[in-house]
Write a protein that binds this ligand. Structure first.
Ligand code: GCU
Length: 336
């Protein structure tokens, strides 16, 4: 064999060897079966800030566990309304979820403290509370109910919106039928303002407004826009009566299956995803407000004097829900 042919054959063999290694590597990667595949329930649309936060969480976990833990985010209430998702989390039918505190407080009434009407001055005030010892203490409280609290998500501030009649003052709300979350506190708050509360799951609010079952509802700008409620309730009164934070949770049954190291990774990824969600939330609030108005919503700004009357009207709610925790309320108020 000539020297040149020998080199060619050697070159071909080396290339074939390299190709075999590459093919073996690719097969190995694609055949790697995750150790865990977990479900994650989310009741918002696929591109809503909290769902984007959940997707980021799932990506981070997959990356940090090198594919051993996969989390499948199911948006649009595919796994049920928040109330049912909480039950499923409790017995391990769903592994992870993000829920509104209003719903969680139905299971753990102490949580109501963090969503009292007009409790926080603004979002900065709320984050000071949730990012500190108080927030951590409430995350831990979820343990009592077979849940593991992981992080806090932003859901902005809620205001009323109505179909036929604008709300410009407290008198306008009297006797109005208002949809609220499936929450005793939210129902009582709306009734303290003189309206009649209807507890209806989130996914049914559009049709309740459209069919005239209720005269209005209350929520933040992104929910109002993403759920297209502006089409059936065009008067949005910026009264900002409450901030309801949201919690990212794991089922304790799922949690107990994990090693301490994986638990630590998941906690860190949840916190990182919460910071990410908070950033996109702030941008989305502005965008949604603009889009809703462009699409025909009318924004009504409540005068300061009226806002003071709204604040006054909900004071009785503090006596009913926070009689045993007025010290925490004071502490929160002093943190502004
Ligand atoms: C917000 C919150 C949802 C909740 C909804 C509601 O949009 O993010 O989790 O279900 O309010 O009013 O029901």
């Amino acid at each position: 064999m000539s020297g040149k042919r020998k080199w060619i054959i050697a070159g071909l063999l080396a290339a074939a060897g390299l190709a075999a290694v590459v093919v073996w590597r690719i097969r190995d990667e694609s055949e790697r079966v995750p150790e865990y595949v977990f479900s994650y329930a989310e009741n918002q649309a696929a591109d809503y800030p909290t769902t984007q936060g959940a997707n980021y969480f799932a990506e981070l976990v997959e990356e940090r566990t090198e594919g051993r833990i996969q989390i499948l985010v199911m948006p649009e209430a595919e796994l049920g309304a928040e109330k049912d998702v909480l039950k499923q989390l409790q017995y391990g039918g769903v592994d992870f979820a993000r829920v509104s505190l209003s719903q969680l407080a139905e299971l753990i009434p102490e949580m109501n403290v963090l969503e009292m009407p007009y409790l926080y001055e603004d979002s900065r005030h709320m984050w000071k509370v949730l990012d500190g010892e108080i927030g951590d203490g409430f995350l831990k409280m979820a343990d009592e109910k077979d849940l593991t609290g992981l992080s806090w998500y932003d859901a902005g501030v809620r205001s009323f919106y109505t179909s036929e009649k604008k709300i410009t003052c407290l008198e306008d709300l009297q006797g109005m039928r208002i949809r609220v979350q499936e929450s005793g506190l939210m129902a009582d708050m709306v009734e303290a303002l003189g309206a009649v509360a209807f507890q209806i799951p989130y996914s049914e609010v559009y049709s309740a407004l459209q069919q005239g079952l209720v005269d209005g509802a209350e929520n933040n700008w992104p929910s109002y826009e993403f759920m297209q409620h502006y089409e059936v309730a065009k008067y949005f009164t910026v009264d900002e009566h409450t901030r309801v934070p949201e919690m990212q949770l794991a089922s304790s049954h799922t949690w107990e299956k994990l090693s301490e190291e994986d638990q630590q990774i998941i906690r860190e990824c949840a916190k990182a995803s919460a910071l990410y969600e908070r950033r996109i939330w702030t941008l989305q609030e502005k965008k949604s407000r603009k889009t809703a108005v462009e699409k025909g919503a009318e924004e009504i700004v409540l005068s300061q004097a009226e806002e003071a009357r709204f604040r006054e009207a909900v004071q009785s709610i503090y006596e009913k829900y926070c009689a045993d925790s007025m010290d925490v309320i004071e502490e929160i108020k002093n943190m502004k």
